[in-house]
Ligand binder design. Structure first.
Ligand SMILES: Cc1cc2nc3c(=O)[nH]c(=O)nc-3n(C[C@H](O)[C@H](O)[C@H](O)COP(=O)(O)OP(=O)(O)OC[C@H]3O[C@@H](n4cnc5c(N)ncnc54)[C@H](O)[C@@H]3O)c2cc1C
Length: 420
């Protein structure tokens, strides 16, 4: 059998091909078209770049960012009136799965647009920023985590103090992806201390640090962290030493106008709302990675021969591939269900945590298994399976670890006793 005769199967294009009438009802013609467009872009344009640049720890090249802008992918969830595609979390995740199948980092850069960093109080400025976000000229970074505030985000220590009409920000942030290349950094800061007995999240706000791409503003410095994977953009350890931000550059929660920060855990709530979508998006990225592993294995099992047979003749390996494929389908159905809940505006913190937990743990298992099916070739940078494996390994850690997802889920299910 020649390699061109090899069978491959991608989601919604199963083998043998399924007639349109048998496709699931959510698979509308418009969604199918968007998915096909994303798939072609991912496989024809992103994958070759990823194969070349990821082993060199290279960054996503400018021409790919421009193509993402042309395709409208930076503004999938931005309203059409503001220059976006006007679609939902469902489509955002569907496109992200396709991109992650080629290179997770490209799916991740989409999360730094989609209207992020536009929730300012002034409606005219907000609309201008939304338009820029949709077009790819307002791509940001999110600085929530700190050396002592990872899972425990309420422990944020970075301070912002009002000095006249400016905030002065001092502290350290860790793990800030895309910080230097960004047009802005959304920074979670402490503007007030909680009174004794109050929630530690009180007094946290998100500030909008507007900056030039490729530069750090006065008072901000940092170094890139040397990561195991997730190349394509740099992840920074940042020091804020008296960084000045105009008082009005504050991210405002819906229905909230105040800027003195005296409230509330507004910043913490904003971060939580952001995290629900981020968790479903992470699940979709995990599905993309696991699917990549399944697709690579489907070819490799036909290509590689041992004992006079393609290794795909060995039942143990066939069954392993079957289990991997079933796990991917299950996680896809789940992330689409939760994306639908988000699009309907229904509360789904528990479900967002569940799908993040389930899909990312699945991706670790499936990519690990894919490496095994590739034998020694899997443990080289000559094959792509090692990239899927390295990137999948991160998905159970960022956007809240698996343990934190279990905490959210169990807290929603089970009250603690007074002893707990
Ligand atoms: C490559 C990368 C990119 C990132 N990008 C960003 C970014 O762009 N912006 C940003 O703000 N952050 C980012 N992060 C930070 C990420 O969200 C945190 O790493 C993550 O939330 C975990 O925090 P931590 O690393 O401090 O681990 P810790 O919180 O120190 O956790 C250590 C271990 O303890 C466990 N643990 C902690 N608390 C509990 C508990 N209550 N119960 C049970 N187990 C617990 C954890 O699950 C984990 O196993 C990134 C991280 C990485 C690695």
């Amino acid at each position: 059998m020649t390699s061109t005769a090899h069978r491959t199967a991608t989601p919604d294009q199963p083998w043998p091909p399924r007639p349109p009438a048998l496709l699931p009802p959510w698979h509308t013609p418009a969604r199918a078209q968007l998915q096909e467009q994303a798939r072609r872009f991912a496989m024809d344009e992103v994958l070759p770049v990823a194969n070349e640049l990821d082993p060199q720890k290279g960054e996503i090249p400018q021409h790919l960012l421009e193509r993402l802008g042309e395709l409208g992918f930076f503004g999938i969830t931005v309203p059409a009136d503001d220059g976006g595609l006007g679609l939902g979390v469902f489509e955002y995740c569907m496109v992200s799965e396709e991109l992650a199948r080629a290179w997770m980092s490209v799916a991740s850069i989409l999360a730094r647009s989609q209207g992020m960093g536009t929730a300012v109080a002034d409606p005219d400025r907000r609309r201008e920023l939304l338009r820029r976000s949709a077009g790819g000229s307002w791509i940001g970074a999110v600085a929530l985590s700190e050396p002592e505030a990872g899972s425990d985000l309420a422990n944020v220590q970075t301070r912002a103090v009002l000095d006249g009409d400016e905030w002065v920000v001092t502290g350290r942030k860790r793990w800030c992806g895309n910080a230097k290349a960004a047009d802005f950094i959304q920074v979670l800061v402490r503007v007030a201390d909680p009174a004794p007995g109050e929630s530690r999240s009180r007094g946290l706000r998100n500030l909008l640090l507007v900056k030039e791409r490729g530069e750090f503003p006065p008072g901000l410095s940092g170094h890139a962290i040397d990561k195991v994977g997730y190349h394509g953009f740099l992840t920074w350890d940042l020091t804020f030493d008296g960084v000045r931000i105009p008082a009005g550059d504050l991210i405002v929660a819906p229905g909230e106008g105040g800027s003195d920060g005296a409230d509330s855990g507004a910043g913490f709530r904003e971060a939580q709302a952001f995290l629900n979508t981020a968790r479903v998006h992470t699940a979709a990225r995990a599905v993309g990675l696991a699917r990549a592993a399944v697709e690579d294995c489907t070819l490799y099992l036909q290509e590689r021969a041992q004992f006079g047979h393609p290794i795909g003749d060995f039942q143990a390996l066939r069954f392993t591939l079957a289990e991997m494929a079933a796990e991917v389908e299950q996680s896809r159905a789940f992330y689409r269900q939760v994306a639908h809940l988000l699009d309907e505006g229904l509360p789904c913190e528990r479900e967002a945590a569940m799908v993040k937990l389930q899909a990312t743990e699945m991706a670790v298992r499936v990519t690990n298994q894919a490496m095994q099916l590739h034998g020694g070739n899997g443990y080289t940078t000559e094959r792509q399976v090692e990239r899927h494996w390295r990137d999948a390994r991160l998905t159970t850690i960022f956007e809240g670890t698996s343990e934190i997802q279990k905490r959210i889920i169990s807290n929603a299910m089970l009250p603690r006793s007074p002893l707990g």
